[in-house]
Design a protein around this ligand. Structure first.
Ligand code: FE2
Length: 119
């Protein structure tokens, strides 16, 4: 058992020293996914409070999908023996549902326009 534990301690230390850039990128991506997850949860609560239950369901579904992405990145970090910095509050301001919808669709629409422009 001690040899097994020692092996993992060495492997984790190796991963930290061999892949610092990968770990940094994974932490950044994990934080981003968690930020989006928490924002969507806030948007869902706001939509519910403004009596838009269908929009609330949409935001909740999006929040859950972002949480899956975040968990996948957390697993990669965990597999590399890295502690993950937990995030509990979104940086995004929760505005009206109309404004929240505008802010969440802004980037996909601009990406779509960029794709159309490249055709
Ligand atoms: Fe995502």
């Amino acid at each position: 058992m001690r040899i097994f534990v020692l092996f993992f301690a060495i492997s984790w230390a190796d991963a930290q020293s061999k892949y610092p850039e990968t770990i940094s990128v994974l932490q950044t991506v994990y934080s981003g996914e968690m930020q989006v997850h928490l924002s969507y949860l806030g948007f869902a609560q706001k939509a519910n409070s403004e009596n838009y239950p269908n929009i609330a369901h949409l935001f909740l579904a999006l929040a859950n999908s972002e949480l899956i992405h975040a968990r996948n990145f957390r697993k990669f970090l965990s597999d590399l023996g890295t502690d993950v910095k937990e995030i509990s509050k979104p940086e995004t301001k929760i505005l009206s549902t109309k404004e929240n919808l505008k802010s969440t669709t802004k980037e996909p629409i601009s990406q779509y326009k960029e794709i159309e422009r490249m055709k």
